[in-house]
Design a binder for this molecule. Structure first.
Ligand code: NFE
Ligand code: MG
Length: 569
């Protein structure tokens, strides 16, 4: 875990937050064991967007996905779709469905890896697992699933022995820096052992999902089978053997989701009931989802498998079913860039670095600039994006399937919808979504087979390069961590202007020009931190968003098209 320095005035700095992608610094003021103020600072700086400018539009997708090593496909798709909008074309049905299948593997991979590798040790204590009785662990696993995943007394004995070996050697391997034995861990030892055994199982499942992505994406990470207008390979992509292999692997992943991941979440909710309450780990109640997985070729928002919409103030009656792209702005009032304090539409915004450093006392606390992350806003309001936002939107618009799944989950836990407004709720929403996306993958396969049976073998739509410069064109999609917008202006074969507004930019955002805190900052405010030396509560809540700072921070210099050099001291 991250190193925490307790200061006299109870100003706590957690830097870096580990088990995330990229570099994130969190600072909080604590009073009487509770967070009273918080700052989220992206301390990593990257420069993918300017690299895109001046490039051939046909290289855009391959370059754009280098924004991140995690949600690679999301940026590939975002770039390709934005370019297709600019060219006024749409891919044919086979290409849309193959893309949806690749995207489904992206979501399942990210969510499973996030929960087990990056988040489960916030809930399961390795020190607890060492005390577990393998027989009782097997009994417990059967309480949460009729057919629990890899649950046997001998297996749990083996896992426990493996953990003991790690600890005895003094080399904890993947469990290094967990807050072993922290009293904030609330599960019994047997639950710790079951969840940690699935941590190890998830390492194998993640390989299977990566292989699935490679079946249609050619490789993982960084697939390379998308082209503007469709997908690259013609008959190869539509080979029944590939489909069979994909489905065979999907069956294994489904088994893991239903018999490990979902039961583990039920177990977590059961033992952390006292944290499954409205307000625990949430402070901003506006939720945004652009919608993802087009179900028609023209990408109409209302025909997307993940729904589009905006919910305000946590009130399901205050919602908008469509997103207006022109209402998206980014401000740099507290970000290390020059520019107007009031936010601009990304299609026209400029980005000029202006690093002003940390405060003299080595903190970012205060009213100045303190992050490389910009502050995106929708209608000038702070938004949370990601699985929880998508489920809140799905619930608000009365999405039949999503509502049914969430109602079943709430009923099982004797819970009200409002309890989803919490750290536990955010983590549960991601698991529900994994199962929902897995079912979506089966549906996309069915649709693909049906379409092929009709004799449609088309995989690509022809296009012309535009002679005149286009307007800023945008693709709004959903990435595993939330709403993702790619904004592109092109002329001829060339990308003229590029800007990306990324899920973790929304959630990790610093304050804006009127002082509204970003979603992480708001989520921490009010949180109890009984032991600032081991701020497990802070880590748990921040991890529940699944931060990716590699995605959140990138730079574009629209004046010169060049990266600028500067020193981070
Ligand atoms: Ni780098 Fe990403 C996702 C995107 S960022 S992981 O999901 O886009 O939040
Ligand atoms: Mg950007």
């Amino acid at each position: 875990m991250a190193k925490a320095q307790k200061e006299v005035n109870q100003h706590l700095v957690v830097d870096p937050i580990t088990r995330i992608e990229g570099h994130l610094r969190i600072e909080v003021d604590i009073k009487n064991g509770k967070v009273v103020d918080a700052w989220s600072s992206g301390t990593l700086w990257r420069g993918i967007e300017p690299i895109l400018q001046g490039r051939d539009i046909r290289d855009g997708g391959l370059l754009a996905q280098r924004i991140c090593g995690v949600c690679t496909y999301s940026h590939y798709e975002g770039n390709t779709m934005a370019t297709e909008v600019a060219l006024g074309i749409r891919p044919p049905t086979n290409a849309r469905l193959i893309r949806n299948l690749i995207n489904a593997t992206q979501f399942m991979h990210d969510h499973i890896v996030h929960f087990y590798a990056l988040h489960s040790l916030d809930w399961a204590d390795v020190a607890g697992a060492l005390k577990a009785d393998p027989q009782k662990a097997a009994d417990l696993a059967y309480e949460f699933s009729k057919t629990p995943y890899n649950a046997s007394v001998s297996h749990y004995r083996e896992v426990k022995a493996k953990l003991e070996k790690f600890v005895a050697s003094g080399q904890l391997g993947p469990f290094t820096n967990a807050y072993l034995g922290n009293p904030l861990y609330k599960m019994p030892p047997e639950a710790d052992l079951v969840m940690i055994s699935h941590y190890l199982d998830a390492l194998h499942i993640q390989v299977i999902v990566a292989q699935m992505q490679a079946i249609y994406g050619a490789k993982n990470p960084h697939p390379q089978s998308l082209v503007i207008g469709g997908i690259s390979s013609v008959m190869d992509m539509l080979d029944p053997n590939r489909l069979a292999e994909f489905q065979f692997k999907l069956d294994s992943v489904k088994n893991f989701i239903h018999n490990a991941y979902l039961p583990d979440i039920d177990m977590l909710v059961h033992f952390y009931k006292d944290e499954f309450v409205k307000g625990w780990g949430i402070g901003n109640y506006n939720f945004l989802s652009y919608g993802g997985f087009p179900e028609t070729n023209d990408w109409e928002a209302k025909y997307r498998y993940l729904p589009q919409g905006v919910v305000y103030e946590g009130d399901l009656n205050i919602f908008e079913p469509t997103v207006d792209e022109k209402s998206i702005t980014e401000t740099v009032a507290h970000s290390w860039y020059e520019g107007p304090r009031v936010g601009l539409y990304p299609g026209i915004e400029e980005t000029i670095p202006q690093y002003t450093g940390l405060n003299p006392d080595n903190t970012v606390k205060g009213d100045g600039k303190y992050s490389w992350v910009k502050a995106p806003r929708y209608k000038r309001k702070v938004m949370e994006v990601g699985p929880l936002a998508r489920w809140v939107v799905g619930y608000a618009i009365n999405h039949k399937d999503m509502r049914k799944r969430l109602d079943e989950f709430l009923k099982k836990h004797n819970a009200q919808f409002e309890q989803m407004y919490s750290t536990v709720g955010r983590t549960a929403a991601r698991a529900l979504e994994t199962a929902y996306i897995c079912d979506g993958a089966y549906m996309f396969i069915k649709d693909l087979v049906a379409n092929l049976k009709q004799g449609d073998e088309s995989t690509w739509t022809r296009f012309e390069f535009p002679k005149e410069e286009t307007n800023a064109c945008v693709a709004l999609v959903e990435a595993p961590r939330g709403s993702l917008g790619h904004f592109v202006t092109i002329k001829g074969k060339t990308i003229k202007h590029y800007q990306v507004v990324v899920p973790s930019t929304w959630n990790a955002s610093p304050r804006d020009e009127i002082g509204q805190k970003g979603a992480y900052e708001a989520s921490l405010t009010g949180l109890p931190v009984p032991n600032p030396d081991e701020p497990l509560e802070i880590i748990r809540t921040i991890h529940s968003f699944d931060p990716c700072l590699a995605c959140a921070v990138h730079l574009i210099d629209t004046d010169s098209g060049k990266l600028r050099e500067f020193k981070v001291e």
